[in-house]
Design a protein around this ligand. Structure first.
Ligand code: HMG
Ligand code: MG
Length: 285
């Protein structure tokens, strides 16, 4: 089995964690959450999303959150689904941006109101602009295993989107089990294939935990050679356009799992627990 000395965790709680919460969290409280998370030793935090405020009202304060993250000197990611978002993110001096395209046509249409082809074409223009501004570019591929609208998603559908992102120069590609329906076998097979096809690409595993398989899926991805994982404090999260899906794999569960196996994450347990308590207070769980 593959047991690396260290893995890298990206905390996505302030973005993926909060975007699906029905309670609108005040901006000042989001800042406090980000501050708590910044103290636990995580390398990067996904803090905001420059999406349409009518579509995801929880993310309407992205510019103010970005300004706060800049004042802390944080390395953070903000989601940018289209050129307009990218321009807003550049204006807000966001260091790392993330585009997102689904491997499922129906999901992509519902999520960002574009066909996959139109989204990929827009991403080509966005990558050019983001690179001119020296941004680190994460590319998400959502619904990489199954989709609430289309059912099973074929590997070829995933490959088509991944390949486009590889060709236009993504700095990393996060493979999403958006609705949390993957199992360890398909995870191992798909990540192994992707690593074989694109050996110099940095892949990230992004699991939602709908069926309680997320930790098993993490280990399966690890065995396929993946060492970068996304997780959310207190397991918050979900996507408004992925009905029935629950939160991301929890940061505290992931950190405990890795530490027990002798794999370092750089995350401090005490600060992480404080961040978790604060996050739970915010969503009153
Ligand atoms: P649209 O309606 O198609 O946009 O929305 P449009 O280009 O047709 O423009 C319509 C109007 O919206 C125009 O205004 C634009 O200016 C405005 P008007 O001229 O009518 O006054 N507009 C915007 N305003 C603010 N911010 C913007 C923006 N863009 C256009 N960025 C859009 C397209 C992408 C904006 C919309 O569909 C959207 O916001 N979608 C976001 C969906 C979302 O946030 N989903 C959750 C994140 S993805 C996820 O969770 C999965 C992930 O975690 C990985 C995984 O789990 O797999 C990442
Ligand atoms: Mg997600």
């Amino acid at each position: 089995m593959f047991f690396p000395n260290r893995v890298e965790i990206t905390e996505v709680g302030p973005r993926d964690g909060l975007q699906n919460e029905s309670i609108l969290v005040p901006t000042e409280e989001k800042k406090q959450l980000i501050y708590h998370l910044s103290q636990m030793g995580v390398k990067r935090i996904e803090t905001a999303s420059f999406v349409h405020p009518k579509v995801v009202p929880q993310m309407a304060d992205a510019a103010e959150i970005a300004s706060y993250c800049n004042s802390l000197g944080l390395t953070y990611i903000a989601l940018t689904p289209n050129m307009k978002s990218l321009e807003l993110a550049i204006h807000s001096q966001v260091p790392q941006i993330a585009v997102f395209v689904g491997a499922s046509e129906t999901f992509n249409q519902k999520n960002i109101n574009r066909s996959i082809d139109d989204s990929l074409n827009e991403c080509t223009l966005m990558f050019k602009k983001a690179k001119e501004h020296e941004k680190f570019i994460r590319a998400y591929v959502s619904m990489c295993f199954s989709c609430p609208y289309e059912g099973h998603i074929s590997f070829d559908n995933v490959k088509r989107v991944v390949e486009h992102f590889v060709n236009i120069g993504a700095d990393e590609i996060s493979i999403g089990d958006t609705n949390g329906q993957a199992n360890p076998r398909i995870v191992y097979e798909r990540f192994s294939k992707l690593k074989e096809l694109y050996p110099s690409t940095e892949f990230v595993a992004h699991f939602h935990d709908t069926n309680g398989f997320a930790y098993a899926n993490v280990i399966a991805a690890l065995q396929a050679g993946i060492t970068k994982f996304d997780s959310s404090i207190a397991g918050l999260g979900g996507c408004p356009f992925s009905p029935g899906a629950t939160g991301n794999v929890s940061t505290e569960g992931l950190v405990k799992l890795f530490h027990e196996m002798g794999i370092q994450t750089g995350i401090e347990i005490e600060q992480m627990n404080a961040a978790k308590l604060y996050a739970l207070k915010l969503v009153k769980k």
